[in-house]
Design a protein around this ligand. Structure first.
Ligand SMILES: [Zn+2]
Length: 65
């Protein structure tokens, strides 16, 4: 398996899942590497370097109905 640079301490604010398990994409910018993680709960996590800087989308539960 390919390892990534996200520490185990970075977890989803919604469900507590470890973000390092599923980085979907990464983009290198002038301020560092921006990574997008699609969490198991449906939330998208945005990380800059090793820091969670925000979220996007919504958990799957919010789409019910
Ligand atoms: Zn989650």
């Amino acid at each position: 398996m390919q390892r990534n640079e996200i520490p185990d301490a970075v977890t989803c604010p919604n469900c507590g899942w470890r973000a390092g398990d599923a980085v979907t994409s990464a983009h290198h910018t002038s301020t560092g590497a921006v990574r997008y993680v699609h969490c198991v709960c449906g939330l998208r996590l945005v990380l800059l370097g090793e820091t969670l800087i925000g979220t996007a989308g919504a958990p799957d539960a919010a789409m019910a109905g």
